[in-house]
Design a binder for this molecule. Structure first.
Ligand code: PBG
Length: 329
């Protein structure tokens, strides 16, 4: 590059109005999605120790939470369920009166303008905590891909009937987007978009979420179906496959450990792209702030801005409710 001695980038930094004028990236409340954990009961709020400020909520409390989220300017929530019962076949996931289904109906009725995204996975509902059905093969339990697809598509169908606006499969089985698309189309939900967790790394940053959902695997780990954090190119194959199968929006997680992948996907595909700032990323900022070693608000706004700079259009964050209102034009 040529050397221009008269160029002084600092000229654009000292005056706040100029800084604002040349700012390349802005995050809006409408870019955010707030996750909500729902559990059975009435007037129940069970705080999650690993995630201060976040609780498991009964459907009526989830409605109050959604009201607060909407008031903060956030236009979308992502619902996860802690069901009344868990079993080997994840059958609580597709009950018409399941806890997520109830919450969807209630929130849809009371706040029709709020976009309801239903997470679809088996780990909320299986007694062993894995994201798929387990098949005993000799001594080694295996996650069976294809039988899992049947259950995932049933869960997706029941979420759609309950009022979900978007279906978000997070299981990482192969072929799930196609299977869910077929199910939704057949059930008359051709217009319902699929947000696929296309690039989901096996990550230590999901730890607090597993406490929140009581879904830590009882044996083994998730490396048999989630991606190895060492792999970059594999993200293209995952994204391409999901798009071919009918995914409308792609998601990457965790967020801050995947900035290279977010940028690369944004440059390569034109589908909308979401980044999920996961539970461990939330906890890391939260606990550091509680210890007084970082400024929580500044850290949150910085991470959101950087995710958008990297190419994310949509940011899923447990901080959405509390910090959306601080975003300004
Ligand atoms: C599993 C699922 C996970 C998260 C979202 N969906 C956890 C996992 O794979 O163990 C993690 C979200 C978070 O950590 O905030 N279906």
């Amino acid at each position: 590059m040529a050397h221009f001695p008269s160029v002084r980038p600092r000229r654009l930094r000292e005056n706040p109005a100029i800084r604002d004028l040349v700012r390349e990236t802005r995050v809006y409340p409408s870019n955010l999605v707030m996750p909500v954990f729902v559990r059975p009961g009435k007037r129940e709020r069970r705080p999650i120790a690993a995630m201060p400020g976040i609780a498991q909520l009964s459907p009526d409390e989830a409605l109050r939470e959604c009201e607060a989220v909407a008031k903060a300017g956030v236009k979308a929530v992502l619902l996860f369920g802690i069901p009344e019962g868990k079993d080997a076949s994840a059958s609580w996931g597709h009950r018409e009166d399941g806890v997520v289904q109830q919450s969807l109906r209630l929130v849809k009725k009371e706040i029709p303008e709020l976009l309801l995204i239903a997470d679809v996975c088996l780990c909320d509902y299986t007694d062993h905590g894995h994201c798929g059905l387990v098949q005993e093969a000799g001594d080694l339990p295996r996650i069976d891909n294809d039988s899992t697809l049947e259950v995932l598509s049933k869960i997706a169908g029941s979420m759609a009937r309950a009022g979900a606006d978007v279906i978000a499969p997070s299981d990482m089985m192969d072929g799930r987007v196609q299977k869910i698309r077929d199910e939704l189309d057949a059930a008359g939900f051709k217009q319902l978009p699929i947000l696929s967790y296309a690039v989901k790394y096996a990550s230590s940053f999901y730890g607090p979420f597993r406490e929140a959902l009581e879904s830590a695997p009882k044996f083994g780990d998730r490396r048999g179906y989630q991606m190895d954090p060492a792999n970059f190119h594999e993200a293209f194959r995952e994204a391409e496959q999901d798009l071919e199968e009918g995914a409308d929006i792609l998601m990457v997680k965790p967020a801050l450990t995947s900035l290279d992948v977010i940028r690369a996907l944004r440059d390569r595909f034109d589908a909308p792209l979401a980044a999920y700032q996961v539970s461990g990323e939330y906890a890391a900022i939260k606990f550091a702030a509680q210890q007084g070693v970082i400024d929580e608000a500044a850290a949150v706004l910085e991470t959101w801005t950087v995710l958008k700079r990297a190419g994310a259009d949509i940011i899923v964050s447990y901080f959405a409710r509390d910090y959306a209102a601080r975003l300004s034009g």
